[in-house]
Design a protein around this ligand. Structure first.
Ligand SMILES: Nc1ncnc2c1ncn2[C@@H]1O[C@H](COP(=O)(O)OP(=O)(O)O)[C@@H](O)[C@H]1O
Ligand SMILES: [Mg+2]
Length: 456
């Protein structure tokens, strides 16, 4: 089938040639060129090599092409040739350990591997009814997630965080310690320096060995950033369909959405929610639905979402949250205390956890959550010394267990963990807090009033 498609492509591409009519902002309008959306085209220039572009839409009789490089050298009447109607990228096992761009070209300075297979960039997600249920745990290697927010093999989770609170480090730890056979990591819209830092510091040779990294930096055209996200998903699909357990990470889906907004606006879409165009909200589900489990293998996926300030109700956050089976919130306040990974357990959730773990583990996690919540509610009182020990057994216990819970949740970058180890430690920890009955909310509120009065 793939061969037939590419032959068809070749037949069509030999024939279809159009001419540049005008430029509209950063897009090029081409006349006499009925190529379908998504087609790859080449625009001849006055001098130098032809400019690559992609068909993004139409206006009247004109076909709109978004260039992959600077426009310079393009003039009115420049000829535009169709190269391929279907975008695909070369794939194969020899991509492991390599860094590639949105088109699958290796950009790590080593020779390009010989790859004979191609995988389509746009692909429909597996049919809902053919998707096996998620019933096995996925070991991320991050203890706080494995213990308190256990994830399933094929689950999709969002990591919501501002900049500098530990996204890259956390993703790097997963790449090194997770139970995946293959990691596919998409770095979308980061600065070049951040990319190098991630590859050298966070991923290291250990993580890199079983990873493919797909990069489109912030200085590349919007279309390359969108395509890198699709290419990465496509590479992950190739590994999944060859039967592997894949860990997929995209940092960040927000930058992907911003790039798509830029293309949408250039193609004349109206800005709707906070300047985002409708195509952004049409593309997000198409993108994230492609990961997950299929009959052959699984793609467990983590998508990072940038949250600026405390604005977690930003439209991309909202859309992504609704599409995924859980979210991990990284908190600046927690990071500021030097507590890493800075996961706000109480604000995070894995929607599949209860289906995946034993009743005992579920209860243990619940016990720890309740103690953390009790501590947080009374933190101000405790900190100013207004809480009198002995007033409330639950608060006493929360204070007593606090440092052990913190030790359990903290993890240095170079410290390995697994879901089995995390669950075992969680059970031990809960056993230390366990036997005591948990007072009801009314009793807690009363204790709080009493301590407040005592403090006043
Ligand atoms: N698990 C950790 N242990 C110790 N320090 C950490 C950990 N995670 C993050 N950090 C600290 O936070 C800084 C920023 O983390 P980084 O992952 O680069 O943030 P982001 O990708 O969200 O911008 C790191 O340079 C490091 O000092
Ligand atoms: Mg980062």
């Amino acid at each position: 089938m793939e061969r037939i498609c590419s032959q068809l492509d070749q037949l069509m591409s030999h024939d279809l040639v159009g001419g540049v009519v005008e430029t509209i902002g950063t897009t090029i309008a081409v006349g006499g060129f009925p190529a379908p959306v998504g087609s790859v085209v080449e625009i001849q220039r006055q001098s130098g090599k032809p400019l690559a572009g992609e068909v993004v839409g139409f206006r009247g009789e004109l076909t709109l092409v978004f260039p992959l490089e600077q426009l310079s050298g393009v003039r009115q009447g420049s000829s535009v040739r169709l190269i391929r109607t279907m975008r695909s990228i070369p794939v194969g096992d020899s991509l492991l350990g390599r860094i590639v761009d949105a088109h699958g070209n290796c950009i790590d300075g080593f020779p390009h591997p010989a790859l004979t297979m191609r995988s389509p960039m746009d692909q429909d997600p597996p049919i809902a009814t053919s998707r096996p249920r998620i019933h096995e745990t996925f070991s991320t290697g991050v203890r706080a997630i494995d213990g308190m927010l256990t994830c399933g093999d094929g689950q999709r989770i969002g990591i919501f965080a501002g900049s500098g609170v530990g996204k890259s480090v956390t993703l790097g730890m997963m790449a090194k310690y997770a139970s995946s056979e293959v990691n596919v990591i998409a770095l979308i819209g980061e600065r070049g320096r951040e990319v190098n830092d991630f590859i050298e510091r966070d991923l290291g040779p250990e993580g890199m060995a079983r990873s493919v990294v797909i990069v489109a930096t912030s200085d590349q055209p919007a279309i390359m950033r969108v395509q890198a996200a699709m290419a990465a998903t496509s590479i992950a699909e190739y590994f999944r369909e060859s039967g592997r357990r894949v860990l997929f990470m995209m940092d960040s889906v927000t930058r992907f959405a911003m790039a798509q907004r830029e293309i949408g606006l250039a193609a004349g879409e109206p800005p709707t929610t906070k300047g985002y165009t409708p195509s952004v909200f049409a593309m997000l589900p198409k993108l994230v639905e492609r990961t997950g489990r299929s009959a052959q293998g699984s793609i467990t996926a983590f998508y990072t979402v940038l949250v600026e300030g405390d604005d977690t109700n930003e439209p991309v956050s909202d859309a992504v949250r609704g599409l995924l089976d859980g979210h991990v919130i990284l908190s600046r306040a927690i990071a500021a205390k030097g507590h890493y990974p800075a996961i706000d357990i109480l604000a995070s959730i894995s929607r599949l956890m209860n289906d995946l773990v034993s009743e005992e583990t579920r209860r243990a996690a619940q016990t720890i959550r309740e103690l953390m919540s009790t501590y947080r509610e009374n933190e101000d009182l405790i900190n100013i010394g207004a809480y009198r020990q002995g007033t409330n057994p639950q608060i006493d216990l929360a204070i007593r267990m606090r440092s052990e819970i913190d030790t359990f949740l903290r993890q240095a970058m170079e410290e390995k963990s697994s879901v089995a180890a995390a669950q075992q430690q969680l059970l031990q920890l809960a056993a230390k807090c366990g036997a005591r009955p948990i007072p009801n909310a009314a009793a807690l509120a009363k204790a709080k009033r009493q301590t407040q009065q005592a403090g006043a």
